[in-house]
Design a protein around this ligand. Structure first.
Ligand code: THU
Length: 130
């Protein structure tokens, strides 16, 4: 799956964002190593802390469907600017794609690819629990 196709799918997912509080819509499209694609959007809540980001929606959908190894994830925001994943999402994704790629898109500047490792250097992994 090409990066631009994954970005297009992330934009479709973004249309389903439930963001009545922040009005900041986010969409994600995650490619698992088995070839399946999982989409996610942010799902906000009146109790703000219960909000789930688009990336974690996609990741939990993938894992709950049996996909535990991810190749890459595209993330887009309604603002049309690059939407870097939040800290919690970096850590969450690191569990399943430590060597994976994050594809970001900006209306003005186009796509860019960032390694998750660069977003989260020296990330914490299960192997570190001894
Ligand atoms: N959001 C995401 O979906 N992903 C991120 O990585 C950053 C933040 C959402 C959460 C909330 O619904 C809105 O963006 C504003 O923080």
């Amino acid at each position: 799956m090409e990066n631009h196709e994954l970005v297009a799918l992330a934009k479709t997912a973004m249309e389903r964002a439930y963001a009545p509080y922040s009005k900041f819509q986010v969409g994600a499209a995650l490619l698992a190593k088995d070839g399946r694609v999982f989409l996610g959007c942010n799902v906000e809540n009146a109790s703000f802390g219960a909000t789930i980001c688009a990336e974690r929606t996609a990741a939990t959908k993938a894992v709950s469907e049996g996909a535990r190894e991810f190749e890459k994830i595209a993330i887009v925001a309604g603002s049309g600017d690059y939407a870097a994943p939040c800290g919690i999402c970096r850590q969450f994704l690191y569990e399943f794609m430590p060597d994976g790629e994050v594809i970001l898109d900006s209306d003005e500047e186009g796509m860019k690819v960032v390694r998750l490792n660069d977003f989260l250097p020296m990330g914490f992994r299960g192997e570190d629990i001894k």
